[in-house]
Design a protein around this ligand. Structure first.
Ligand code: NAD
Length: 443
């Protein structure tokens, strides 16, 4: 059996042909795809950029997109080819930075959008990085450990042309983890002839990884979640929280909300939806997920119809699984007062408008889930100095960086009377385009 090479999704991979951007006609306005959603977000912020708007086209084109063929020998002796990507959206403020996703639905368009959101996110929390992202169109569940290692190493070697500790630093994303990062670090190091721990972040702690990195994104979601809740007068004690996705982001955030006195009343993942009015024990649920692969069957919880999840009575809703979950169809059902986007791109622009009209505060992904990249930055700094910090120092610095970023964004949202998403884009795009302008064009 030889795995076939799936076609690229060109429909959602538009590269505007003119400098005056308009959405290509073949993109259905209702199905923009992730890159289309990102472009729509940039269009919304452009009127707020003043003189810097002359540079805005920079944000609408990835600086560099690499498509690579990743051939591997399967355990049964046949050769399989997979399509891999690494996109560097913008490097005006520093090296590219962003995760690597292994998923059967990965497309160039998706990686472009995710890389662009990394540019925004890194600028929003003011870490000295541009934005990048990578991926392989593969279902890793169909691969043995040996096949996964060969796939990772060949992919790393192929994108080795453009990554490096001062060029572009990958990290884990969906279906990649510390082990995958260890293979990437080793492959890159073998190719350059020296151990280069700083080429990836999210590594195992014994290989130059950082304490606190694994929990950082969920901790950031929780940290800014309580900041945002305070601003709208929401007391944490007894507050009802509903979470989609109970993996690294949703699970850790859920545990922290639970520990702080909130009630995690509903959780949905790929195995089903569960509900408990008096609150689920989030720590026990994390353990259950670890042992059983999902939330289904958790003792003491009611199993509910997954279609009902979005209308769950709750105060805080945390989409922490997939893109495009809050849509024109699901947004009107939301009961929460606050939506915290743990996932990347969970809300379509139409749903954003619906939530705003309904007076529901949305804490956008580009700031809410920036905890991971913030601690990745700490990891990279620690690797360069070969001096490692305590977990307490890391968590304190994480809270400080994120809270300061949030304060600035909140002020912009109040002053300009815009959503937190637009405010985050204003802050981030201004930083990126200001750097672009100061550097100037070469030649
Ligand atoms: P994960 O693989 O640990 O968890 C994913 C969760 O989503 C699982 O609970 C899974 O069951 C659930 N899920 C999958 N398909 C689903 C479906 N159809 N319906 C409901 N739930 C479903 O992944 P993660 O690291 O927690 O990432 C989740 C999201 O957060 C992604 O969008 C990712 O890009 C984003 N994110 C992650 C990090 C990080 O550091 N891990 C950082 C920033 C953003």
């Amino acid at each position: 059996m030889t795995a076939t090479r799936p076609p690229l999704d060109y429909r959602t991979s538009p590269m505007p042909a003119t400098t005056q951007h308009a959405l290509p006609s073949y993109l259905d306005a209702n199905h923009l795809g992730p890159w289309g959603i990102y472009l729509a977000q940039v269009d919304r912020v452009t009127p707020h950029l003043g003189k810097l708007s002359r540079w805005v086209e920079t944000l609408k084109r990835p600086k560099r997109s690499l498509i690579v063929d990743v051939p591997i020998q399967l355990d049964n002796g046949t050769i399989a080819h997979f399509e891999g990507y690494r996109v560097q959206h913008n490097t005006s403020r520093g090296p590219g930075k962003g995760g690597v996703r292994f998923h059967q639905d990965v497309t160039l368009s998706e990686v472009m959008a995710l890389s662009a959101w990394m540019s925004i996110k890194n600028a929003a929390v003011n870490v000295p990085y541009g934005g990048a992202k990578g991926g392989i169109r593969v279902d890793p569940r169909n691969l043995s450990m040996g096949e996964l290692e060969r796939l990772t190493r060949r992919y790393t070697s192929e994108i080795g042309l453009i990554i490096g500790p001062t060029k572009d630093i990958p990290a884990p994303d969906v279906n990649t983890n510390a082990q995958v990062m260890a293979w990437m670090m080793d492959t890159y190091s073998m190719n350059v002839g020296e151990t280069a721990t700083g080429v990836v972040t999210g590594k195992p702690v014994d290989l130059g990884g950082s304490l606190g990195r694994n929990e950082a994104t969920g901790r950031g979601v929780y940290t800014l979640g309580i900041e945002a809740a305070k601003r709208i007068g929401l007391e944490l004690n007894n507050t009802r929280v509903a979470i989609q996705g109970f993996g690294n982001v949703g699970g850790i955030a859920g545990k922290l909300f639970h520990e702080a006195g909130a009630r995690v009343v509903a959780v949905q993942d790929h195995t089903g939806s569960i509900y408990k009015e008096s609150g689920l024990d989030a720590a026990a649920l994390l353990l259950h997920v670890k042992e059983n692969g999902g939330v289904a069957g958790f003792a003491g919880a009611e199993t509910v119809d997954p279609a009902q999840f979005w209308s769950t009575p709750c105060d805080i809703l945390i989409p922490a699984a997939l893109e495009g979950q809050l849509t024109a169809k699901t947004a009107p059902q939301v009961q929460a007062k606050l939506v915290i986007e743990g996932a990347n791109g969970p809300t379509t622009p139409e749903a954003d408008d619906i939530l705003q009209e309904r007076g529901i505060l949305v804490l956008p992904d580009v700031i809410a889930n920036a905890g991971g990249v913030t601690v990745s930055y700490f990891e990279w700094v620690q690797d360069f100095s070969s001096f490692f910090w305590t977990e307490k120092e890391i968590n304190e610095r994480l809270v400080r960086v994120m809270s300061e970023a949030f304060d600035g964004i909140w002020k912009v949202a109040q002053e300009k009377k815009v959503s937190l998403r637009t405010a985050t884009f204003i802050v981030a795009c201004t930083r990126i385009l200001h750097a672009r302008e100061m550097r100037g064009l070469y030649p």
